[in-house]
Design a protein around this ligand. Structure first.
Ligand code: SF4
Length: 288
């Protein structure tokens, strides 16, 4: 760094000094570019009245219902505009490959898994090839995805069961998928939704958990309860896409530490307790 130049720090109030002029267009001028269909921004007077300093947490306004159908519809509409056709980022050509990739993605990244799987499926092209392995034989091939011993046991165990119980075909049924070693509802939902296009539930991973809590769609922290909460308020025909949209949003903007709220199309309907920039009041509890 050039001596004497001190990097700018975020304002302690949570408002990013100069954000309006440098990072974000003037809200008084109407919708931001990249916010398709967004309603015109608040007036300058309203901005200052509505703005709640991040450090001064406030309770939800009386009568505010985060699960109100109109609010849910608005969230879905904006997600559709932002991420109209997103899908699973794990590279796969069939249900078995997607199942393996999803098992390997636990505590890893999709990019990391996608580096490993092409060679893995070239080496072992069929479920039967995996079923013929011992977990120890598979370990070196998936080592870089982390937790490779447990993952080897799960993949080989799932392959053996698919061959012995399901005729070598990945079942397209939640109850049957859950009998496979290493497969819980998240993995089953990924396979059912992405490959079989069956909406039996909603994928709840770390991104979905974080954003569902920030948007006050759930107060729970464990995945099965979060899934149940989301299934109650999200229309069934949106379950598959909604999860993919939250996952993409979590990667691009609503990241775990210092979410990029100033660039977020959901900003004026999000009251997350850990927002980095806000034109609406903050609800302290709405975070992980
Ligand atoms: S406003 Fe911030 S916390 Fe809320 S959804 Fe957008 S990025 Fe996430």
């Amino acid at each position: 760094m050039v001596r004497g130049i001190v990097p700018r720090q975020p304002a302690k109030t949570g408002r990013q000094e100069g954000a309006r002029s440098k990072r974000s267009p003037d809200r008084t001028a109407g919708p931001r570019p990249g916010w398709p269909g967004q309603r015109p921004g608040p007036t300058r007077a309203k901005v200052s009245k509505q703005t709640a300093p991040r450090t001064k947490s406030t309770r939800a306004s009386k009568g505010y219902d985060p699960l109100a159908p109109e609010r849910i519809a608005e969230i879905l509409k904006r997600l559709d505009q932002l991420y109209p056709e997103v899908t699973c980022a794990l590279t796969h050509e069939d249900a078995w490959q997607l199942l393996v990739a999803t098992i390997l993605s636990a505590q890893s990244t999709d990019v990391n898994v996608n580096r490993v799987t092409p060679e893995l499926f070239r080496k072992y092209p069929t479920v039967a090839d995996f079923a013929a392995l011992t977990p120890e034989q598979l370990e070196p091939d998936i080592r870089s995805t982390g937790f490779f011993r447990n993952k080897s046991k799960s993949v080989v165990g799932a392959a053996k069961r698919i061959v012995s119980e399901f005729g070598g075909q990945v079942p397209d049924d939640m109850a049957q998928l859950l009998t496979l070693p290493g497969v819980a509802r998240k993995t089953a939902n990924v396979v059912l939704g992405t490959w079989f296009k069956k909406a039996d539930g909603i994928v709840v991973d770390t991104h979905v958990t974080r954003i569902a809590r920030r948007l006050e769609l759930t107060k729970n922290t464990d995945a099965p309860k979060i899934e149940q909460d989301l299934m109650k308020v999200i229309p069934r025909d949106k379950w598959i896409l909604f999860a993919h949209q939250l996952i993409w949003h979590g990667r691009k903007l609503c990241i775990a530490r210092r979410p990029k709220c100033v660039d977020c199309a959901l900003e004026n309907i999000c009251h997350a307790g850990d927002k980095t920039w806000s034109t609406v009041e903050i609800h302290k509890h709405a975070k992980l």
